[in-house]
Design a protein around this ligand. Structure first.
Ligand SMILES: NC(=O)C1=CN([C@@H]2O[C@H](COP(=O)(O)OP(=O)(O)OC[C@H]3O[C@@H](n4cnc5c(N)ncnc54)[C@H](O)[C@@H]3O)[C@@H](O)[C@H]2O)C=CC1
Ligand SMILES: O=C(O)C1=N[C@H](C(=O)O)C[C@H](O)C1
Length: 255
């Protein structure tokens, strides 16, 4: 049995992941960590400042983090201090926070970090990479939509899309929205962020050329789609050597 702890246990993702861990015959939920204490699928939720105590007492093999940027960095540092593998889904990290997290991981623990753990988005990213390679001269726009409560913008998934486009079609400026007399479009990537309702996570990339437009879209209808990718990653990362991995490694795309 692989023992699992969840940071952000009482949140939208922590709750979904906790349910799948509980249902899995190969995994054992040992508890959660959150800002408040409580009960979590029959296990205990420790207050966040007690994370080292949690890791020493519950001894998870894998710690999952779906919290908020500043917290995820500290949670990963705690996992590193205690030699616990991590899965990080939290987005909204600054470059400095990402660097701090990577320094805590490298050479010490194995980690899967992904802005999107769904199988569909990871395939979507490969489709975008091919389109961006072939359609360098098209005007490229990225549109993402999420629920009313999302704290970071643009989404981590959208940031990954932007990075893929830059890798394949060349570096270019990001323009966030447009307003007023903006003049003729340049060679930028337009980025547009929608927030409202209970939208789980929609991403569209538009390649607008002369006489044709190609639109690639991924829509998530339940957070389970991310949680299933997390569960697959838990089994994959167990007993891996230290290092930073992504979903391409988990899905075998890098073999
Ligand atoms: N990579 C992926 O596939 C996905 C990533 N996400 C990301 O996961 C993060 C969480 O998303 P949601 O679950 O919707 O948010 P949420 O706000 O529902 O849950 C976050 C939880 O973390 C808790 N928390 C805050 N500080 C903490 C700390 N220091 N230690 C432990 N827990 C702490 C909060 O109390 C809350 O219960 C966001 O960054 C979001 O973008 C969300 C869905 C999929
Ligand atoms: O906050 C969310 O809900 C999501 N966040 C992730 C992101 O920022 O890309 C993944 C997914 O889109 C849902």
């Amino acid at each position: 049995m692989i023992k699992v702890g969840i940071c952000g246990a009482l949140g939208r993702m922590g709750t979904k992941i906790g349910g799948l861990v509980t249902e899995s015959p190969d995994l054992e939920l040992v508890g959660g960590i959150d800002l408040k204490t409580g009960s979590f699928y029959g296990t205990e939720v420790y207050e966040s400042s007690r994370i080292d105590e949690f890791l020493k007492e519950k001894k998870p093999d894998v710690l999952i983090d779906f919290t908020i940027a500043h917290a995820s960095v500290e949670n990963v540092k705690a996992a590193s201090r205690n030699g616990v593998a991590v899965l990080v889904g939290t987005t909204g990290l600054s470059d400095e926070q990402r660097k701090e997290m990577e320094e805590a991981i490298n050479g010490k623990i194995p980690a899967v970090i992904s802005s999107n753990f769904s199988l569909g988005v990871n395939i979507f990213w490969h489709l975008i990479r091919e389109a961006a390679k072939q359609l360098k001269d098209y005007d490229i726009e990225v549109i993402e939509a999420h629920h009313h409560f999302k704290k970071d913008a643009p989404s981590g998934t959208a940031k990954t899309i932007i990075n893929i486009i830059k890798e394949e079609a060349g570096d270019r400026e990001e323009i966030y929205g447009r307003e007023g007399m903006v003049g003729e479009r340049g060679n930028e990537i337009g980025v547009h962020v929608v927030r409202g309702g209970d939208i789980i996570g929609d991403h569209t990339v538009m390649f607008a050329g002369n006489d044709e437009v190609i639109e690639l879209t991924h829509r998530a209808y339940d957070r389970l789609v991310f949680a299933h990718g997390v569960i697959r990653s838990v089994s994959w990362i167990h007993q891996k050597p230290p290092g930073i991995y992504n979903m391409d490694d988990v899905l075998g795309f890098n073999n």
